[in-house]
Unconditional design. Structure first.
Length: 261
């Protein structure tokens, strides 16, 4: 099987894992998007479940051609030969779309953030089912006060809830990666307590505060808010370190930051 190391390609070959991923949610009659379909192993199983439509986004031209040959008879299939990071994903999302992705490890967190930045929220997505490197997956779902808690879990937790997760052995891929993988099944949070207009502002706030992980947050916080605004935040201790602040505090800081920008 042909693959490009530069694109972080590791093709999922284990049929049981493929079936397990596809069975996480009902596909029949739904609009589906698959990011990075590779040689089409997951694609084939999705098509077996009779979706209403399936859109594939694949950067590699050779793989795009192979997919076109392989699925030439499929009437409800569209293939986009594009780089997902430059592609307007929100434009092709229909009502209650399900997005699958065995994501290239080197850009997987960027793809997740791209979706979290959707202008319309809640989005026209019912489920997101992504495969990450295990270490990154742990950071995405890291709970407050755990060692994996940080920027990525704070940003993800604002807009997504975790429905399911499981690990995938490196033996399930070709070429075999050096690490274990993790499948995460997310669903969008429909009712958000916090009125954050742009996720990029939460990214900015967490970036400033986490830039000095071991230091107390008071200096970093003054770069974002004035003393008056800081006093408005209930439960905020300015002598805390970044990892000692609950996600809610970061959301509150971002709301105040947005209200004056």
């Amino acid at each position: 099987m042909y693959y490009k190391k530069s694109l972080g390609q590791n093709f999922l070959t284990d049929k049981n894992i493929i079936k397990k991923i596809v069975s996480l949610t009902a596909i029949k009659g739904k609009d589906i998007i698959e990011i990075g379909p590779g040689s089409g192993a997951l694609t084939k199983e999705i098509l077996n479940q009779k979706p209403k439509s399936l859109s594939l986004i694949e950067k590699d031209k050779n793989l795009t051609d192979e997919l076109m040959r392989k699925f030439i008879k499929e009437k409800n299939l569209k293939i986009f030969n594009n780089d997902i990071l430059e592609f307007n994903l929100e434009n092709i999302v229909k009502k209650k779309t399900i997005i699958f992705g065995n994501l290239p490890y080197n850009i997987s967190s960027q793809i997740l953030i791209k979706i979290l930045r959707f202008k319309k929220w809640p989005p026209n997505i019912s489920d997101l089912i992504f495969m990450f490197q295990k270490e990154l997956g742990e950071k995405i779902i890291g709970k407050f006060s755990s060692s994996n808690y940080g920027r990525l879990s704070i940003i993800t937790n604002l807009r997504l809830k975790i429905k399911d997760k499981f690990f995938v052995s490196k033996n399930c891929f070709f070429p075999k990666p050096k690490v274990t993988s993790m499948v995460l099944h997310f669903q969008p949070k429909l009712n958000n307590t916090y009125k954050i207009k742009k996720v990029s502002n939460l990214e900015k706030v967490t970036n400033i505060i986490f830039s000095n992980k071991r230091k107390m947050i008071n200096k970093s916080l003054k770069k974002i808010l004035n003393s008056n605004e800081i006093n408005k935040i209930f439960d905020l201790k300015v002598n805390s370190r970044p990892s000692e602040l609950k996600p809610d505090i970061y959301y509150k800081i971002t709301e105040l930051f947005e209200s004056k920008n």
